[in-house]
Design a protein around this ligand. Structure first.
Ligand SMILES: [Zn+2]
Length: 98
């Protein structure tokens, strides 16, 4: 199978892309994952992840936090943000909220 983007080289990266297209900025976004597992959740993710854009105040284990993680994973972002709420920081979060 040839690369879906340049149609010149055999694809050897996920999403039917060749190595250089896969790693060319912006190209990967044009070709959604072809993995049959992707629809069930998050597909394989290789490469550098960008930091999450926003911290979340949702605490670990809450549905809100899971939704945030799903969204980050879908966007190929790092799942964790240094300023995310966590159990240890809960008191600080509550103070900040008051
Ligand atoms: Zn290519």
């Amino acid at each position: 199978m040839l690369c879906r983007h340049c149609q010149r080289v055999k694809s050897n990266r996920p999403r039917g892309l060749c190595w250089s297209c896969y790693y060319k900025p912006g190209v990967r976004e044009l070709y959604p994952s072809t993995s049959k597992f992707a629809r069930r959740g998050v597909g394989d993710f290789n490469g550098k992840s960008s930091p999450a854009a926003q911290p979340t105040r949702a605490l670990p284990g809450t549905p809100e936090k899971v939704a945030v993680l799903e969204e980050r994973a879908r966007l190929g972002l790092s799942l964790w943000h240094p300023l995310d709420a966590n159990i240890d920081a809960e008191c600080g979060v509550l103070e900040a909220a008051g």
